[in-house]
Design a binder for this molecule. Structure first.
Ligand SMILES: Cc1cc2nc3c(=O)[nH]c(=O)nc-3n(C[C@H](O)[C@H](O)[C@H](O)COP(=O)(O)OP(=O)(O)OC[C@H]3O[C@@H](n4cnc5c(N)ncnc54)[C@H](O)[C@@H]3O)c2cc1C
Length: 493
């Protein structure tokens, strides 16, 4: 009977194990997990701290018992320390410290990523017991939780204003902790254009988060007053002190095991795989945050996301049983809630598209989420990037109030990117409409029409990526619903 071992108990490892058991209930599946928290939702940790999700056990997608009921065997608190590829053996360190060689027929490695330290001096010496935290595992979660409950910090510095940093800024603020957010770049949420990041910045301001952009943190040290962070702010030295410091400056792929076993590293230092998640080492697959991501517009890249880890793990689990599944590729769709605002993106931004050899045109616009005469309409701000030559959609960014369905609207663009649609083709989609929820031309289409208006001559020649000529209509801005009061604002990047 085939013995499949999945290393890693999070999105990638568990997805692989579940898929294998689903396809062949006779297959022998062992999941090796460094801690005792398999299948916990890392993505939900900020909502445990905000108090939206309690108790912490609720973060489990499935309990240990649920997982074992599928027939997989869990080896918890067990560290994989080496792979003998030729002998098809995995070296393990058991919870009691003993070491063991465990034979496998097929191996899926899903050991994820590790928090980045971004070269900050002091981070190697200071840890959770000193009040300096990272947030990537349930262990990190418990350490921060202990700090918050036992020491009741009144102030916090968050280094980094990406997705996780913003979610944690909200959580700390909701708990009454005075929060300072330090961001290296000129605007928060640097994965969006600064025009949209500025809206998120305003939201943070309005909820009392002190945001300091253009601040590069160099050191963290313990002082009599607490924890002192020093660095450079707009060419001048700066210093801030707080009771707690949380460093959330991204992740780096955890490749130690596979690198030692002879796997190749690629973009971002992640393990190279083919579209079937094969590492090139016989019988060894890799999935999740330690692995490169095939991006449908960029090719191989590094884009660690939970959605991707789930899909890659499923492909690896299927192929480990002899299947021929393919990871269809990511388009980099991401969304975050920051207090009462939602920010999302998919595909490429202007500069990313230009660097990849596209000829981007980017327009900014704004349209109400539903008809203004129906109460509660709010604008959604868009930035649409399309290729100037063939009008192919390259990317979309959106920011709107919670409730304006930004997350689902970005999915329309993600679907269009997957299908290789042109921007004018999105204007033609049959999207849902009723006054309390949308407009005859959905906000998504107001944004694509704004792009079309800025790309004169594009409509007639627009072709989709497969070369098909879309059925275009006369200019739509002239035909827009007269009840719409807000015209798209155009600004070319
Ligand atoms: C706070 C936070 C919020 C996030 N929010 C989102 C979100 O909203 N949307 C989104 O798409 N993504 C989000 N992400 C990213 C997402 O969580 C990751 O992309 C995802 O968890 C990756 O899954 P993975 O299985 O590849 O690795 P990981 O989740 O990193 O898990 C690695 C697993 O391997 C185990 N392991 C490691 N080394 C060994 C070893 N040597 N032996 C045995 N086991 C080992 C670990 O214990 C763990 O079980 C968030 C991340 C964080 C930290």
């Amino acid at each position: 009977m085939t013995h499949l071992i999945a290393i890693g108990g999070s999105d990638a490892g568990i997805s692989a194990a579940l898929r294998a058991r689903e396809l062949d209930p006779s297959v022998n599946v062992t999941v090796v997990v460094a801690d005792r928290y398999p299948n916990f939702s890392i993505c939900g940790i900020p909502y445990y701290f905000s108090g939206d999700v309690t108790p912490w056990q609720s973060l489990a997608h499935r309990t240990t018992a649920d997982l074992e009921a599928t027939g997989m065997r869990l080896r918890l608190d067990t560290l994989a320390t080496g792979i003998d590829v030729a002998g098809r053996k995995l070296q393990l360190r058991n919870p009691d410290g003993s070491v063991e060689d465990l034979g496998y027929d097929e191996l899926v490695v899903g050991i994820g990523a590790l928090p980045s330290h971004a070269g900050i001096v002091g981070l190697d010496q200071l840890g959770a017991e000193d009040g300096v935290h990272v947030i990537h595992s349930m262990g990190d979660t418990f350490a921060l939780d202990r700090h918050l409950t036992e020491r009741a910090p009144r102030s916090a510095i968050i280094v980094g204003a990406g997705y996780v940093g913003l979610e944690m800024a909200e959580a700390f603020t909701v708990r009454g902790i005075r929060t300072t957010q330090l961001q290296r770049g000129p605007e928060v949420l640097s994965t969006l254009d600064p025009e949209l990041g500025a809206l998120v910045h305003t939201e943070l301001d309005q909820h009392g988060v002190e945001v300091v952009v253009n601040s590069t943190v160099k050191t963290i040290r313990k002082t009599a007053a607490g924890l002192t962070v020093t660095g450079i702010h707009e060419d001048a030295p700066f210093e801030r002190t707080a009771d707690l410091v949380l460093v959330v400056v991204g992740v780096r792929p955890n490749t130690a095991l596979l690198e030692k076993a002879g796997a190749t590293l690629g973009p971002g230092g992640a393990v190279v795989v083919d579209e079937g998640m094969r590492t090139g080492l016989p019988h060894v697959y890799s999935a999740g945050d330690g692995t490169i991501t095939h991006h449908r517009l960029l090719g191989p890249t590094y884009l660690p996301l939970g959605t991707t880890a789930h899909k890659q793990g499923r492909v690896a689990g299927e192929n480990a049983l002899g299947g021929d599944a393919k990871f269809a590729g990511s388009v980099g769709t991401q969304v975050v809630k920051v207090f009462d605002l939602v920010a999302a993106r998919t595909g490429l931004r202007h500069h990313e598209a230009a660097a990849a050899g596209y000829r981007p045109l980017t327009t900014g616009s704004s349209a109400d989420d539903h008809l203004r005469y129906y109460p509660g309409a709010h604008p959604i701000s868009f930035r649409i990037t399309g290729d100037h030559r063939d009008a192919r959609l390259l990317g979309a960014q959106l920011v709107g109030r919670l409730g304006t369905e930004v997350a689902k609207r970005v999915d329309t663009f993600a679907t269009a990117l997957y299908a290789g649609l042109t921007v004018p083709q999105i204007s033609e989609l049959d999207l849902a409409y009723t006054p309390p929820l949308g407009s005859p031309w959905d906000a998504v289409q107001a944004a694509t029409q704004a792009w079309e208006a800025a790309a004169p001559g594009r409509r007639a020649s627009a072709r989709n990526a497969s070369g098909a000529k879309p059925q275009t209509k006369p200019p739509m801005l002239a035909q827009r619903d007269p009840s719409r009061t807000q015209d798209p604002r155009i600004d070319n990047a």
